[in-house]
Design a protein around this ligand. Structure first.
Ligand code: NAD
Length: 290
C-alpha cells in the first residue's frame, strides 16, 4: 500500500484551516498543520510558528507533498495599520511560496480573496458598485483599489503566476474566496427578516459555506492540475422579496451582462470549476428581506 501524501496547511487552526484539515483527514491524507495559535482538541498535532520567519517556514515545508497556504491576516479589520498588513501578508506569502519551490514541492494552493478584484476602499451605502461584468467568474481582473488586504492577495497571485511561468509543470492555484459562512454567520443572516439597507451588495452578496470551501481545497489538491489556476467559488444570496432582475438593474446599472438576467439564478458563474474539478457547492444563503 502506498503512503498517503502529506499536506502542509498553514493557518491551520483558523476558521478555514480547521475545515480544510478536517476535509483532508476525511479523505485519508496526512496533514501537517501549522499556525501561530494553539487551540485545544485540534484533530491533528499543530506545529506552532510564525510564517514571517523564513527559516521556520523552510523547516515546516520540508518533506511535504503539497502546501495549502491559508495563514494571513484575514481581512482589513484585524487592528493593525494598512501598511503593516500589506507588508506582513506579503512576507508570509513570499516565504511560503519560495520555500515550497526551493524544496521541490510541486503543488501549492493559496487562499486569495474576492477583495483582490472588487474594490472595498470606497464603500458607499448604495450604487454604483464597480462590477465590470455579470455573471462574475474567476477571470475578473485585479482591482483592489487602496485596500491593502486586497493588494496583498493580488500580489500573491502574481507571484504564483511568475513561479509557474518559470516552471509550467508546477501546480499553483489561487482560490479567490468570497465571504465564508460559518454556523454563527448562517444563524445571524437567516433568522427573521433583514432590512434591505443591511445587505452588502459590494461583491454581489457572493458567499461560500466553510465546508464547501474545505472540500474544494481537497479537490484541487487531489486533481493537481499543472499550471496556474484561479477560481472564484461562490454563489450569490437568494433574496426573498427582492427579485434578482430588480437588484441587478438597481445596484449594477453599468455592468456588462454576458447572459440575460432571466437565465441567471446566481451572479457568479462556477461552471469552469465544476468542469475542471467536479466540485459544486452544496449550500446557499437564502435571506428574507423587507
Ligand atoms: N473568512 C473569509 O471570509 C475569507 C474570505 C476570503 C479569503 N479568506 C482567506 O482565507 C484564509 C483563512 O482565513 P480565515 O477566515 O480562516 O481566518 P482566520 O483568522 O480564522 O485564520 C487565519 C490563520 O492565520 C494565522 N496566522 C496569521 N498570521 C500568522 C503568522 N504570522 N504566522 C502563522 N500563522 C499566522 C492565524 O493565527 C489564523 O489562525 C486567509 O488567508 C484569508 O485571507 C478568508
Amino acid at each position: 500500500m502506498s503512503t498517503p501524501s502529506t499536506i502542509l496547511v498553514t493557518g491551520a487552526t483558523g476558521k478555514l484551516g480547521t475545515a480544510v484539515c478536517r476535509a483532508l483527514i476525511a479523505r485519508g491524507l496526512n496533514v501537517r498543520a501549522t499556525d501561530l495559535r494553539y487551540v485545544p482538541d485540534f484533530p491533528t498535532r499543530v506545529e506552532l510558528g510564525d510564517l514571517r520567519d523564513e527559516l521556520f517556514v523552510y523547516r515546516v515545508v520540508e518533506g511535504c507533498d503539497a502546501v495549502v497556504h491559508l495563514g494571513n491576516h484575514p481581512n482589513a479589520f484585524v487592528g493593525i495599520s494598512p501598511q503593516r498588513l500589506l507588508a506582513e501578508n506579503t512576507a508570509m506569502n513570499a516565504n511560503v511560496f519560495q520555500a515550497t519551490v526551493d524544496l521541490g514541492i510541486r503543488s501549492i494552493v493559496f487562499a486569495s480573496s474576492v477583495q483582490a478584484t472588487i474594490r472595498r476602499d470606497r464603500l458607499t451605502s448604495g450604487p454604483p458598485f464597480e462590477i465590470p461584468y455579470l455573471p462574475l467568474d474567476g477571470d475578473l481582473p485585479p482591482n483592489p483599489g487602496l485596500n491593502t488586504y486586497g493588494q496583498s492577495k493580488e500580489y500573491a497571485e502574481r507571484m504564483l503566476r511568475l513561479f509557474v511561468a518559470a516552471d509550467p509543470t508546477l501546480s499553483a492555484t489561487a482560490i479567490r474566496f468570497p465571504m465564508l459562512v460559518t454556523e454563527w454567520l448562517h444563524k445571524r443572516l437567516t433568522t427573521g427578516t433583514m432590512a434591505l439597507g443591511f445587505v452588502d451588495f459590494t461583491e454581489c452578496t457572493a458567499h461560500l459555506y466553510m465546508e464547501d470551501a474545505g472540500r474544494l481545497v481537497v479537490d484541487v489538491i487531489e486533481r493537481r492540475l499543472a499550471g496556474y489556476h484561479q477560481y472564484f467559488p461562490a454563489l450569490t444570496m437568494q433574496l426573498k422579496g427582492y427579485p434578482l432582475g430588480t437588484w441587478v438593474a438597481e445596484k449594477y446599472p453599468s455592468a456588462v451582462l454576458r447572459r440575460p438576467v432571466e437565465e441567471l439564478d446566481s451572479l457568479v458563474d462556477i461552471d469552469a470549476i465544476t468542469r475542471e474539478l467536479g466540485w459544486r457547492p452544496t449550500q446557499r444563503l437564502v435571506v428574507q428581506v423587507g
